[in-house]
Ligand binder design. Structure first.
Ligand code: ADP
Ligand code: NA
Length: 334
């Protein structure tokens, strides 16, 4: 009895990199264009970003960069609802209610907190600890039924279901849906170009380790040509890449960009050396990514235009969110 709705978000905690594109934004665009869902909501989750320290000017800049990245990659602000979280106060309001539904023990089991928080409770924000409960609010505020996520976020979507079930059970209602995590195919995990065992991230130490979505054609090409590989030729099957992390990552990136499986890429390149594969990968990446970075730069040069998109998106988001929050208040007795 729930319409099929998609919610997903990206934190504006630094610039966008290739992992955000292949692991998230590219799939969001495909989901939007499939037309299978009644509504697709794509959010810039700025309230999540501040669970760790963000310089205010950098936060604002990153919010524009993520907005421009979504738009340049093909999120259509008419087809999808594109907005930033803090402009829809109902997220924080439902988040508080869910803080009172979720149990401390559930938060203690979240593996991401253990990874991100580092050591020492004096250094961890309470917001970082409670962030899965706000994430549940982000999703359930729209009665979203499907959430495209990476493998690493699956536990958070399961927690969202636990919160929905406990709320429905405690208040004897059938109000929140059971959200489904959508993990398509082999979860796309893009690794660092210098060390294939580390996830590519926006806060990587050296710029040569990652492809930024704002990199121009020259930078993209240079980084792929200098990416670390190994001395062996490309094998015939994906399984033979299992103990070759750098090689595996480069083939994975090719597959992600070309919308092919790793085996399909290998069928084309088995037996070839890196002297042939890396330039081909560089060309493919430039072809696909340079137009996006050019459009991102154009958009980022017009803040007023980006502000208009975000304001309109927030307005559309509030039209769905506010009645659901109001009904929640009624159910709870507030
Ligand atoms: P984080 O970077 O902490 O995962 P973000 O909000 O910045 O969180 O990530 C936004 C989306 O980009 C998430 O869906 C995440 O899984 C995806 N993502 C980020 N880095 C990578 C990567 N290296 N490979 C695949 N997906 C990634
Ligand atoms: Na991040």
């Amino acid at each position: 009895n729930f319409a099929k709705r998609v919610f997903s978000g990206i934190k504006p905690s630094g610039g966008l990199q290739l992992g955000n594109y292949l692991g998230a934004i590219k799939r969001f665009v495909q989901t939007q264009d499939q037309g299978e869902f009644e509504t697709t909501l794509y959010c810039i989750v700025d309230l999540h970003a501040i669970t760790v320290w963000q310089d205010p000017a950098d936060l604002r800049e990153a919010t524009y960069e993520v907005t421009a990245g979504y738009l340049a990659a093909g999120i259509d602000p008419e087809k999808s609802i594109l907005f930033n979280q803090s402009r829809v106060p109902a997220h924080a309001e439902l988040g508080w209610i869910f803080n009172c539904v979720a149990r401390v023990g559930w938060m203690n089991r979240m593996t991401q907190f253990k990874e991100k928080a580092g050591s020492g409770a004096e250094k961890q924000s309470l917001g970082l600890y409670a962030y899965p409960s706000l994430m549940a609010a982000d999703i359930l505020l729209y009665h979203a039924t499907h959430v495209p996520v990476g493998e690493d976020q699956k536990q958070h979507v399961e927690l969202t279901r636990d919160i929905a079930n406990k709320f429905n059970h405690d208040y004897k209602v059938d109000f929140f849906p059971e959200t489904i995590p959508v993990i398509e195919g082999p979860a796309m995990r893009i690794m660092n170009l210098r060390d294939g065992t580390k996830k590519m991230s926006k806060s990587g130490e050296s710029d040569m380790e990652r492809i930024n979505m704002l990199d121009d054609a020259d930078a993209i090409s240079k980084k792929f040509k200098k990416a670390r590989s190994d001395m062996e030729a490309l094998p015939e099957t994906a399984a033979e890449l299992d103990h070759r992390p750098e090689a595996k990552n480069l083939v994975n990136i090719y597959a992600g960009l070309a919308d092919l499986s790793v085996d399909q890429v290998l069928a084309q390149y088995a037996g070839e050396g890196w002297g042939k594969f890396k330039p081909a990968l560089a060309d493919l990446a430039v072809d696909q990514l340079a137009p996006i970075s050019t459009e991102m730069k154009r958009l980022m040069g017009d803040r007023a235009e980006l502000d208009r998109y975000l304001a309109r998106g927030a307005e559309r988001a509030r039209e769905i969110a506010n009645p659901i929050l109001q009904q929640t208040y009624d159910i709870v007795g507030l």
